[in-house]
Design a protein around this ligand. Sequence first.
Ligand SMILES: [Zn+2]
Length: 261
Amino acid sequence: MTDFLGALLPFWLQIVGAAVLGAIVGSFLGAALVRLPEKRSVVTGRSACDGCGRALTIAELIPVLSWLAQRGKCRTCGGPIGGWQLACELGGAAIAIGAVWLADAGLTLAAMLMGWQLLLLALLDLRHLWLPRVLVGWLAASGIAVVAAQAWAVGSFDPILVSLTGGALGFGLLWLVAKVYLKSRGREGMGAGDPPLLGAIGLWLGPLGVVEVMLGASILGILAAIVMLVSKRSIAADTALPLGTCIAATAWPLFLLQGLG
Ligand SMILES: [Zn+2]
């Protein structure tokens, strides 16, 4: 895709286009982040201020610019508004720019799709310790689709075998860890969504990628625990760390660097 667009558009215009597209996608991710946990529809209904419930105007829905214009405050009640929304819009734009800039030729669109999905999952896990099965299912399905296209392009089943091995290893590894933990400690050690998430990522990154993601996510988790300790937040053996967030935050940069498994 980069080759195709590269022939038509100068690089700076590709970056600007990616930023705008990413911010628009990010604004949908922001709506999903707020509404999915409340079981509200993501496509219908207008966003509103959390403080006073006032429905936001069309101008207030323009990604990033509306937040800057209002400095993150509601015009009616002065309450903070749109911080998570802004994070999604900037994150969505950064992912699109990163994909255009760094992904292997032919994997630009795939890198965007993977990144946007992982962004939403990472933030849902961070805020609610929740990885919706449907979203993890979409991540798995899109990974299989990208791998199948790759297999078709090279005329070999090998990419599919690598992908399925990665999926099985990712799911199996965390499923086993969860079982052993439950047996030895008598309580759940991780969210039910973590094994399926690493399985879905394994479909994208293959078995070696699964090992690398677990390594990176563990380091991130330890760093997060240190930050919590230093900031004097209470931390105990059963303090919930969003493992899914750490996994997602590691998997996407790895895909940018290495491509499919
Ligand atoms: Zn308000």
